[in-house]
Design a protein around this ligand. Structure first.
Ligand SMILES: CC(=O)SCCNC(=O)CCNC(=O)[C@H](O)C(C)(C)COP(=O)(O)OP(=O)(O)OC[C@H]1O[C@@H](n2cnc3c(N)ncnc32)[C@H](O)[C@@H]1OP(=O)(O)O
Ligand SMILES: CC(C)C(=O)C(=O)O
Ligand SMILES: [Mg+2]
Length: 568
C-alpha cells in the first residue's frame, strides 16, 4: 500500500546539543592536512576499479599536486591493491615526505595481510575502521556497544603489535568510527577514548582519529557541532589529529568539511572532483580553491587544472561535469548579456590595475590562476548582448567598436543568433561584421586617391577615383583634412553627407598592421555607420564613409543581408 505522505518514513536528524558552539565565529586561516583517498574510497566506487597502470598514474598525479598523505588502497581486499602497494614500495615510487595510507577492516587476518603489503615501507598510515552507528550495530553486526568497542580495541592491539615489530617504518595509526555522524556522540567519544588508550597516543606521537560522515544525513552545521562537541569531550584531544571525511549525499559535503575545519578538524580526507561512493567524497579541488579565494594558499598545486582533470577522467573513467566548480569546461564562460557587459568592463579595469585585488564581476577567480585563458570567458548566443560581442571582436580580431556602433551591430548578431538558435562563434561574428560593414562595396567603391596641399596652407585637396556600379570617375574636394575634403567632393556630386562621429585605431602589428576607421554619418537625414580598413588611415576613413553610404543606399534595414546561411 502506498503511503499518503512517503516523507513520514524519515526522521528529522537531531545532532548534538551545543548551545555555546564556537565554530561559527572562527575563520579558516591555514589549510588543513590533506589526505587524498581517490585510490581507495574513490576507487571502490568506480564501475571499473583502476588497474595498476591507472593507479600508478593517479598516485603520481597526487604526488605532483602536493599531497603528502595518500590512501593508496585496501591491500587485504584485492590482489590488485596488494600488488599496487608492493609495487610502490619495491620500485621506490613513494617520495620520502609522502605517507601512504592503507585501509583495513578490524579483522585479524585482514590486518595481518595489510602489514604484509606494507613490509619495508618508509612512512605509512594504517587505517582501521568499524561501524559505530546504532543501526549498523543492530542490523549489520549484531553487537552491543561494549562488543563494538571490543572489535576496535582488539584491532588496535593487533596493529600496535605489528608496528612494534617493524620499527624501521615510521608508522601512524588511524582509527575511524565509521558513520561517526550518525553515531551517538557520547558513544563515539567512548570508543575513540578506548582505542586511543589501547594505542597509547601521545603529544609527540599522535594518532589520527577520522570522523566520517559516511552517509551525509544533515545540514553541515550539525556536522560542525558534532566535531566541536567531540573535540571538547574526547579524553586526550592533544593526542589526536582530528580528521574529517565527509561524503556528499545531501550535496553539502564541501560546506560540511569547511565548517568542520572551523569546528576544530586538523585534516580532511576527500577525492579530486568529488568522486566517491554514491554522490561522492568531499571534493578536495573545490575545498582547496575555496580557500585560495579567501587568500589562503591551500598548499596544493592546481595552477594547471585542465590536464589534472583529464588525467583523473582517464583514471576514473568518469567525466567531470562542465559546470564543476573552478574546473568544468563552462565555469569561466558567460553567455548572458549583462554578465558579459560586466566582465568586459571588469577586465578593462583589470588591465588598468593588473596587480590589484581580483575584482572582475561574475568571475570568482582569475582563470589564469588555474591555467585557463580568457578565451572562453565570453561566448555568444541568443542570450548575449553588445558587451560580449564587442569583447570577442576586440579580443580575437582587434576590432574596438565604438559604443554606438556596438549597439547597432549587436542587433545584427542578435537576429542571427535568434534565427540559428545556437551558439555564434567569434568567427561567425567576425564574418557578420565583415559582410555588414567591410564588404559593402556597391554602389560605391574607392579605387585610389591622391592628396595635395599648398605649403603653409591648412587646406588639403583630395582627388579620389571611385567606381559607381563599376563605372569609374574622379571626384575632387577641398577641406581642412582629407575626410572633410572627401565630404566636399561628395557634396559636389550631389550627395549630402555629414560626419557625426569618427574613431580610428590600428589593428595588428608589424607588416600586417592596418588602420580601421569607424565613421558615423548622416545621409538623407538618417544616421548610419560605416567601417573601412586600409594600410593608410586616409583610405580607411574614406572607405568608412563609402561603407556608410552604401549601407544607407542598399538597404533600409542594416541586418537585412546577413543571413543564417552566410554565417553558418
Ligand atoms: C565506508 C567505507 O568505505 S568502508 C570500506 C569499504 N570498502 C570495501 O569494502 C572494499 C573492499 N572490501 C572487500 O573487498 C571485502 O569486503 C573484504 C575482502 C574486505 C572482506 O570480504 P568478506 O570477508 O567476504 O566480507 P564482506 O565483504 O561480506 O564483509 C562483511 C563482513 O565483514 C564484517 N565487517 C565489515 N566491516 C567490518 C569492519 N570494519 N571490521 C570488522 N568486521 C567488519 C561484517 O560484519 C561481515 O561479517 P559477517 O560475514 O560475519 O557477517
Ligand atoms: C572507511 C571510512 C573512513 C569511510 O570511507 C567512510 O566512513 O566513509
Ligand atoms: Mg568514505
Amino acid at each position: 500500500m502506498m503511503l499518503d505522505n512517503p516523507s513520514t518514513k524519515y526522521r528529522p536528524f537531531v545532532a548534538v546539543d551545543l548551545p555555546d558552539r564556537q565554530w561559527p565565529s572562527r575563520r579558516i586561516e591555514a589549510p588543513p592536512q590533506w589526505c587524498a583517498v581517490d585510490l581507495r574510497d574513490g576507487n571502490q566506487a568506480l564501475i571499473d576499479p583502476m588497474d595498476l597502470e591507472r593507479k600508478q598514474r593517479f598516485f603520481d598525479l597526487l604526488v605532483k599536486i602536493g599531497f603528502k598523505q595518500i590512501e593508496v588502497g585496501f591491500p587485504s581486499a584485492s590482489q590488485t591493491d596488494f600488488d599496487f602497494v608492493r609495487a610502490l614500495i619495491d620500485n621506490d615510487k613513494v617520495p620520502d615526505d609522502v605517507h601512504i595510507q592503507v585501509l583495513t577492516q578490524a579483522r585479524p587476518h585482514l590486518i595481518d595481510r595489510t602489514f604484509e603489503a606494507l613490509k619495508g615501507v618508509k612512512n605509512a598510515i594504517v587505517h582501521v575502521y568499524n561501524a559505530t552507528d546504532p543501526v549498523f550495530r543492530r542490523v549489520v553486526f549484531n553487537v552491543n556497544q561494549a562488543e563494538c568497542i571490543q572489535i576496535a580495541v582488539d584491532a588496535t592491539t593487533r596493529i600496535r603489535e605489528h608496528m612494534v615489530a617493524a620499527p624501521e617504518t615510521h608508522w601512524t595509526f588511524q582509527y575511524s568510527p565509521e558513520l561517526f555522524s550518525t553515531t551517538e556522540m557520547d558513544f563515539a567519544v567512548e570508543i575513540v577514548d578506548a582505542v586511543e588508550a589501547t594505542y597509547g597516543g601521545s603529544v609527540d606521537k599522535p594518532m589520527i582519529v577520522n570522523l566520517p560522515a559516511t552517509v551525509e544525513c544533515a545540514t553541515p552545521n550539525n556536522y560542525a557541532d558534532q566535531v566541536e562537541w567531540f573535540c571538547r569531550h574526547v579524553a586526550h584531544r592533544d593526542h589526536l589529529i582530528v580528521s574529517v571525511h565527509p561524503h556528499n549525499d545531501r550535496g553539502t559535503g564541501v560546506a560540511a568539511a569547511e565548517l568542520a575545519v572551523m569546528a576544530g578538524a586538523d585534516r580532511v580526507e576527500g577525492c579530486l572532483f568529488g568522486n566517491g561512493e554514491r554522490t561522492g567524497n568531499v571534493d578536495i579541488v573545490t575545498l582547496a580553491m575555496n580557500l585560495y579565494t579567501q587568500g589562503v594558499h591551500p598548499g596544493l598545486d592546481f595552477s594547471n587544472i585542465t590536464p589534472i582533470m583529464r588525467e583523473v577522467e582517464y583514471c576514473n573513467q568518469l567525466p567531470v561535469h562542465p559546470r564543476h566548480p573552478y574546473v568544468g569546461d563552462l565555469v569561466f564562460t558567460a553567455f548572458s548579456g549583462s554578465h558579459q557587459d560586466a566582465i568586459k568592463k571588469g577586465m578593462a579595469a583589470r588591465r588598468e590595475n593588473p596587480d590589484g585585488v581580483w575584482e572582475v564581476p561574475y568571475l570568482p577567480i582569475d582563470p589564469l590562476d588555474v591555467g585557463r585563458s580568457y578565451e572562453a570567458v565570453i561566448r555568444v548566443n541568443s542570450q548575449s548582448g553588445k558587451g560580449g560581442i564587442s569583447y570577442l571582436l576586440e579580443q580575437e580580431h582587434g576590432i574596438e567598436l565604438p559604443r554606438r556602433l556596438s549597439i547597432e551591430f549587436s542587433q545584427v548578431v542578435q537576429e542571427v543568433a535568434d534565427r540559428l538558435g545556437k551558439e555564434i562563434t567569434s568567427e561567425m561574428i567576425y564574418q557578420a561584421f565583415v559582410d555588414e560593414y567591410l564588404e559593402q562595396r556597391e554602389p560605391f567603391a574607392l579605387i585610389s586617391h591622391r592628396m595635395s596641399s599648398e605649403p603653409d596652407s591648412p587646406t588639403v585637396t583630395l582627388e579620389a577615383t571611385i567606381a559607381e556600379h563599376g563605372a569609374r570617375r574622379t571626384i575632387q574636394g577641398q577641406g581642412n583634412g582629407p575626410l572633410a575634403a572627401f565630404i566636399k567632393a561628395l557634396a559636389a556630386e550631389g550627395h549630402d553627407v555629414e560626419i557625426i562621429d569618427y574613431h580610428e585605431h590600428s589593428r595588428g602589428q608589424g607588416a600586417d598592421a592596418e588602420a580601421i576607421a569607424y565613421v558615423e554619418v548622416r545621409v538623407g537625414g538618417e544616421a548610419v555607420f560605416g567601417v573601412g580598413t586600409d594600410e593608410s588611415i586616409t583610405s580607411a576613413s574614406i572607405k568608412g564613409v563609402m561603407s556608410a553610404i552604401n549601407r544607407k543606399l542598399s538597404t533600409e534595414a542594416p541586418a537585412a543581408n546577413v543571413t543564417a546561411e552566410t554565417l553558418a
